[in-house]
Design a protein around this ligand. Structure first.
Ligand SMILES: [Zn+2]
Length: 267
């Protein structure tokens, strides 16, 4: 859209000739809408009145390793689905697997999905577990601070989120492994679900920084790391790569978005 002047309404717009045919330019101009596909699957069995939503995102940014963010979360969910199927016995609760598009562009897919859940489904949903980055090479075991006991009640999840936090934290401590709380700071796909009052939680392993800094979330991890009980320096969330703009120049011919795909819109 940068090729277009800002004000064209009611005026004639002169566009400089680039490498694209004018037909292509025209198509690009009307096809700036971007597709953010969500992929949804659920177990055929399990109690539908106690649904568990699992969420990870399909997209990534050029600035960071997509294999971690969030190839790790989405493949974890795939593996979990396969193992569940292999196990043969149905899960106690119905599990819905959600793979979101457009997380990096502003949680687009998950916000859309959560906002369009019916009140009935929301009432039948026990929790949403977000998995966004669980394969960092210098990882941390970070558990969302569901009850706000560390980062304050204004950053706590809806009632029930504290229970999720406790279950995950206990899982690690029972195995002699440290974990750290992390705030619901609005950076991942849980946001839309929290906004609907659905208890949320999950694990996050942070992301890799080549330059090791002395950033420990807490004294406890620092001590544990020194004593060899924890993995090495943990990166607490810092500024992250900003998403790419939604549309590029209309002169980028080979990159012309598939118009049909764009028109299919969000599902
Ligand atoms: Zn992510």
């Amino acid at each position: 859209m940068s090729d277009f002047p800002a004000t064209t309404i009611g005026a004639v717009s002169l566009i400089q000739r680039g490498t694209c045919a004018f037909v292509q330019k025209l198509q690009n101009a009307v096809e700036v809408e971007k597709l953010y596909p969500n992929v949804v699957a659920e177990t055929p069995r399990g109690d539908p009145n106690h649904m568990v939503l699992l969420g990870a995102h399909l997209d990534s940014v050029p600035a960071g390793p997509g294999v971690n963010d969030d190839g790790s979360g989405m493949s974890f969910q795939l593996e979990l689905a396969e193992q569940l199927a292999k196990a043969g016995s149905p899960p106690r609760n119905k599990i819905r697997f959600l793979w979101f598009g457009g997380e990096e562009d502003g949680l687009v897919g998950s916000q859309y999905y959560a906002a369009h859940l019916s009140d009935t489904v929301v009432a039948r949903t026990d929790m949403m577990l977000d998995t966004d980055m669980i394969a960092s090479p210098n990882f941390a075991r970070l558990v969302y601070d569901g009850d706000g006991s560390t980062f304050g009640s204004e950053l706590a999840g809806p009632g029930g989120s504290g229970t999720i936090e406790r279950v995950l934290t206990d899982y690690w401590s029972q195995r002699g492994m440290v974990s750290e709380p992390i705030p619901f700071d609005g950076r991942s796909d849980y946001v839309g679900f929290i906004n609907r009052g659905i208890p949320a939680g999950g694990m996050h392993a942070a992301w890799y920084f080549a330059r090791v800094k002395d950033a420990f979330p807490s004294e406890a991890t620092a001590v544990n790391a020194k004593e060899g009980r924890a993995q090495l320096p943990v990166q607490i969330p810092g500024p992250r790569a900003r998403p790419r703009p939604l549309s590029g120049s209309i002169d980028r011919c080979p990159g012309a978005r598939a118009g049909a795909a764009a028109r299919r819109g969000l599902r």
